[in-house]
Design a protein around this ligand. Structure first.
Ligand SMILES: Nc1ncnc2c1ncn2[C@@H]1O[C@H](COP(=O)(O)OP(=O)(O)OP(=O)(O)O)[C@@H](O)[C@H]1O
Ligand SMILES: [Mg+2]
Length: 412
């Protein structure tokens, strides 16, 4: 197997409630990464984004990774791994420091110190910080600064968005990935990754919300003035719709899933009573004819309910009315017929589907809303690697390893 130079390769693993996706990207330049490997495996070891069966998930990761390795002709060692679930919480906090140097020029060390200062919040002992994302820097009272290095000033402040997760959930995730033989380069909040793949810089600047409706979770990420300011993970998604269909039409879950994808629509008034489908019974023998309108009437209230809860979260964020960039809807459930229209009606905002189509390579496979997180992990990883590369021109694999070790220590 041909091994490409380690620093040119980046790997993302999205461990979703319904499937694990491994993507291998080749970093072409600081701005560009192209997909050279893709592997997917269904998984059933997660409930609402939390791992409940380590063995099942580790096997799914192994299988997805093996497929991605084969397609790309590379050996995967490290990966950027998505984290989600109801254990995730986030808050905004401020850090303040005095600029250290005599000539009042702000250095990278000052920026590191102020970011460290923003982490000083009372976090319960059973939680760990996953991300500290600077939203803006303030130098001697002047706000809106994105990169203060080199500026003159005596007082440096940062407004940061801090994402935390439950320690046990993080440890279980790390254990599961390691059991599959992969080392974690970094854990990345799934909605942060999806945002990188589908939100446009102009939308982030204006104020926009990403809504990723997957199988077991619905993730929300709100951007204002270019930075992430609110995140939330709801323990519900498209799997609830599938269960409702299974119960409502008295058919096995696997059938309900197929019917939903092939004939489902969330807006019952758009569906004709005359359009019908055949549904097999729970025993698998008898079949019945059901109108697509009846099917839509089962889907509609559940989709409404999920979106009403999303609406409440947007209200809770305090950014309602401040989102002229609208909603970008992604995740597998965004593919449900009529979902984009219903989202617009319920949230009373402009909505578009977020397809991760700004990436090159063998990427036609990944141009699907279900792969936004996977593609986003590649983009996040590639940005991170490029930053490290320019920070440490002399760096080597060992240096990268030191960084990973350092990052890991925070979690144990
Ligand atoms: N064509 C389709 N039409 C309707 N629903 C679909 C379609 N394709 C996928 N889905 C639904 O999307 C959901 C899976 O979405 P996705 O792949 O984004 O979830 P996941 O990442 O595995 O899970 P999560 O993000 O919740 O942990 C399932 O409920 C599935 O039924
Ligand atoms: Mg997902």
């Amino acid at each position: 197997m041909q091994l490409l130079a380690k620093r040119d390769i980046v790997v993302g693993i999205d461990i979703g409630s319904t499937k694990v996706v491994a993507l291998v990207g080749e970093i072409k330049s600081e701005e560009a990464v192209s997909v050279i490997g893709f592997g997917e495996c269904t998984s059933s070891g997660l409930r609402k984004g939390n791992i409940v069966d380590i063995d099942n998930v580790a096997k799914a990761i192994e299988e997805a990774v093996a497929k991605a390795e084969q397609m790309s002709g590379t050996e995967i060692e490290y990966a950027y791994v998505g984290i989600t679930g109801s254990n995730i919480a986030s808050l905004n906090n401020k850090g303040v420091v005095a600029v250290a140097s005599g000539d009042n020029e702000i250095s990278e060390r000052d920026v590191d110190r102020v970011i460290q200062a923003s982490k000083v919040i009372s976090i319960p002992p059973d939680r760990k910080i996953i991300h500290v994302l600077p939203r803006e820097f303030i130098v001697d009272g002047y706000n809106g600064i994105m990169d203060p290095v080199g500026m003159a000033g005596s007082r440096l402040e940062v407004e940061a968005h801090i994402v935390t997760g439950a320690s046990t959930t993080i440890q279980n995730l790390l254990k599961t990935v390691e059991r599959s033989g992969i080392k974690v380069a970094q854990l990345v909040l799934s909605s942060l990754a999806s945002s990188q793949a589908v939100l446009l810089p102009a939308e982030k600047e204006l104020g926009a919300v990403l809504v990723d409706i997957g199988g077991g979770t619905t993730e929300i990420a709100i951007y204002d003035q270019g930075s992430l300011c609110f995140t939330s993970v709801l323990p519900m998604g498209g799997d609830y719709i599938t269960s409702d269909i299974a119960v409502g039409l008295r058919t096995p879950i696997a059938n309900a899933e197929q019917i939903k994808k092939e004939a489902g629509c969330v807006l019952s008034e758009l569906v004709s009573e005359a359009d019908t489908i055949e549904v097999c019974g729970v025993s698998g023998r008898d079949t019945r004819v059901v109108s697509k309108k009846e099917l839509a009437k089962i889907i509609e209230p559940r989709a409404q309910e999920i979106l009403q809860i999303v609406k409440r979260e947007i209200q809770r964020s305090g950014y309602k009315g401040l989102l002229p960039g609208g909603v970008v809807l992604t995740g597998g459930t965004a593919l449900l017929d009529g979902m984009v229209e219903m989202t617009g009606e319920v949230l009373e905002l402009p909505v578009r589907a977020g397809v991760p189509d700004q990436i090159g390579g063998v990427s036609d496979i990944v141009k699907n809303t279900a792969y936004s997180t996977g593609v986003g992990l590649l983009l996040y990883g590639s940005n991170n690697e490029s930053c490290q590369r320019s920070d440490e021109k002399d760096s080597s694999f060992n240096h990268m390893f030191d960084k990973v070790k350092h990052w890991f220590r925070d979690f144990f």
